[in-house]
Write a protein that binds this ligand. Structure first.
Ligand code: SAH
Length: 341
């Protein structure tokens, strides 16, 4: 088992089950996560008894992913990782004025099949473990010598298709003795798995939820996002309303701007109508074109017009700042290059 899979509570149980003091969990967390320590061998956890360290070494692995390549451009670095079973995943580091944000992967491949998305060209092979997600942050911090202040789960995979591991991931990175990343600095993005949105409304952490909407009506959404065949917009919006009521938070709607597909004046009006009265904001994302897929990004003028219509209709809207166009930073592009898909 990967030591980074365990929350501090699970680690306490582990120590208690073995007849050890449960405060070892606090100490071990500090060895694993505090920036001054970050041990790579249990042997280095010097204030923990030798026999306990030996048992830890037998029971747990401590390094499960490795950095294969880093591609850098201004304010953005893309990491390609190799997992123990030789699969590849990616993470993207973005340097903002407010801090450093890391976009992590949640699965190897993805089953959601969104037509415009590079990641989905490879079906899901497996979920990432909690630890493999935690280690993406640790490895990037080590390599870059920066502190990651913000985490978005928007890399390869559908996080709500890996729900339990995502929840434990949040518990670990948010914990003051873990990576201490503020819950408001953590964002989970989903293509809209309705039952999980409802479940997440009971999850007692104030993290942000982003919904990949990308279309203002079911007909168009079904064409580009197969998940819309399972959960029509009515159900999705309903679940979001329940989520908002229970959490008192605001959701983000992501809307990729695809030339001639979802970027017309009518689409903008329809979107404004759909989101009326919902405590949310819309993030318009200029599409990152990718070789194997035929979609094109909307013209800057079309994006500006779309933005204006939403604004005029009292929808809070931003256009996403772009990172990484030159280094294949769109989801899944780096892995595809590596695996020659
Ligand atoms: N499966 C989750 C999270 C991963 S995708 C989800 O669907 O939200 C993260 C975001 O990137 C989604 O909004 C996705 O639709 C978007 N995306 C995928 N391919 C893209 C591309 N080529 N350019 C811009 N955004 C893209």
């Amino acid at each position: 088992m990967n030591i980074y899979d365990l929350t501090i509570e699970e680690l306490k149980d582990y120590f208690l089950d073995n007849g050890d003091k449960k405060y070892y969990a606090d100490e071990l967390f500090s060895w694993l996560y505090s920036r001054e320590k970050r041990i790579t061998s249990f042997n280095d956890a010097s204030n923990i008894k030798k026999e306990v360290r030996e048992r830890l070494s037998r029971d747990f692995s401590i390094s499960n992913i490795e950095v294969v390549t880093v591609e850098r451009a201004k304010d953005v670095s893309k990491y390609l990782f190799k997992l123990n079973d030789k699969e590849h995943i990616e993470a993207v580091l973005m340097n903002h004025d407010y801090g450093n944000s890391l976009c992590i992967s949640s699965q190897v491949g993805c089953n959601m099949g969104c037509k415009f998305c590079e990641s989905g060209r490879r079906k899901k092979v497996r979920n990432l473990t909690t630890g493999e997600m935690v280690e993406q942050i640790l490895k990037v911090e080590n390599e870059s010598n920066l502190r990651i202040s913000h985490v978005v789960i928007m890399g390869i995979g559908e996080p709500f298709d890996n729900y339990d591991n995502i929840c434990n991931f949040i518990r670990i990175i948010n914990h003051p003795k873990g990576l201490n990343i503020g819950s408001r600095h953590i964002t989970v993005s989903t293509c809209g798995l309705v039952p999980k949105i409802l479940e997440f409304s009971e999850f007692p952490y104030q993290v942000n939820l982003a919904i990949s909407l990308h279309a203002p009506n079911d007909e168009l959404r079904r064409e580009i996002m197969p998940i819309a065949k399972v959960y029509p917009l009515k159900d999705l919006i309903n679940a979001i309303k329940i989520y908002l009521e229970k959490t008192n938070r605001r959701v983000t709607f992501e809307y990729i701007m695809l030339d001639g597909v979802n970027d017309s004046v009518d689409n903008a009006l329809e979107l404004a109508h759909l989101l009326k009265g919902i405590n949310s904001y819309v993030n318009l994302i200029p599409y990152n074109e990718t070789e194997a897929l035929q979609f094109k990004r909307s013209k800057p003028l079309t994006i500006a017009k779309f933005y204006d219509i939403l604004k005029k209709n009292n929808i809070t809207v931003t256009i996403r700042r772009e990172f990484g166009g030159t280094i294949s930073a769109a989801c899944g592009q780096l892995r595809s290059k590596k695996e020659d898909l």
